[in-house]
Design a protein around this ligand. Structure first.
Ligand SMILES: Nc1nc2c(ncn2[C@@H]2O[C@H](COP(=O)(O)OP(=O)(O)OP(=O)(O)O)[C@@H](O)[C@H]2O)c(=O)[nH]1
Ligand SMILES: [Mg+2]
Length: 277
């Protein structure tokens, strides 16, 4: 989505330019009153309505037709896997998702971890499962998947934690296990501090995992969410959730209003967009 900046001596004149350039239903992202050489100037940042709508649809693609079609052919718990580079916040996001009503906290949740390489990672998940009394399956080999799923069959949703390792040409056991699980959704978990180019690289590296969504974390490290909307646009994946801190489970947010408001489109939570005129 392209944001264009218009300047003029009065708001009404600038809006005429905006309409002429971007169409009658152009959307105003922000207006600023400035001074240039001592004179008052109005600056308007705006975008084409259809481009804003396309971005909104991109973020909302969690209801993608492909996922629905796949779902029709399956029975059993809905499966959501979290993949991504080491330290991106997969396990923390999984814990928040499992508990928060904005995540899947209202459902009957089961946990499954493929991150068996690091003792600390495994212990973290086991401790979490114990405290919350949620069932946890620890899977070392792909052949263990059917039995693990069978034991979790009473759950509505299974959240799957993965190691922070890039997929290999010769798939390792956790990748084979992920393939055997064939999750309904695979969220690529990325720190929002990443440069767009690094995030795009991660997207292509983790593509073999069947990534369907992005989940951005560490928004609390950004200054007023600066760069978040640009990153989400660059990555170009449906994005349902973002994480913005250490608090469990509170620091999990719905992505749409948060990302659009990072652009100045509507206040957080209301999803409203101002039209010109
Ligand atoms: N400030 C902040 N820190 C976060 C957030 N999410 C995760 N972290 C921290 O980032 C670090 C890594 O988080 P993890 O959840 O272990 O990341 P991971 O992707 O599971 O890491 P690996 O399993 O090693 O690949 C931890 O210190 C978390 O507390 C967030 O939204 N904000
Ligand atoms: Mg982890």
């Amino acid at each position: 989505m392209r944001l264009e900046t218009f300047r003029g001596t009065s708001l009404s004149r600038v809006l005429v330019d905006v309409r002429r350039s971007l169409g009658d239903d152009a959307m105003v992202v922000r207006t600023l009153n400035l001074r240039e050489n001592g004179r008052p100037v109005v600056e308007v940042v705006a975008a084409r309505a259809e481009e804003v709508e396309a971005f909104r649809l991109q973020l909302d693609g969690g209801r993608a037709a492909a996922a629905k079609a796949k779902r029709k052919e399956r029975i059993g718990p809905y499966t959501v896997a979290l993949v991504g580079p080491a330290g991106g916040g997969k396990s923390s996001a999984l814990i928040k998702l499992a508990l928060h009503p904005r995540g899947v906290g209202r459902k009957k949740v089961g946990l499954l971890t493929l991150d068996t390489h690091r003792v600390a990672g495994l212990e973290e998940m086991q401790t979490f499962a114990e405290i919350t009394n949620l069932p946890l399956e620890v899977v070392y080999h792909s052949r263990e998947i059917p039995a693990a799923i069978q034991r979790l069959r009473g759950c509505e949703v299974i959240l799957v934690d993965c190691p922070g390792r890039a997929p290999q040409e010769d798939p390792s056991e956790w990748e084979l296990a992920l393939q055997a699980l064939d999750p309904d959704e695979v969220h690529l978990v990325l720190s929002a501090e990443m440069r767009d180019s690094v995030a795009l690289r991660a997207k292509s590296v983790f593509a073999p995992c069947g990534v369907t969504h992005a989940l951005f974390t560490k928004l609390d490290h950004l200054e007023r969410d600066a760069g978040l909307a640009e990153l989400a646009q660059a990555v170009g994946l449906p994005t349902r959730w973002v994480a913005d801190g250490h608090e469990i489970p509170g620091d999990l947010k719905e992505s749409g209003p948060r990302i659009l408001s990072a652009l100045g489109l509507g206040a957080v939570g209301d999803g409203e967009i101002r039209r010109v005129g």
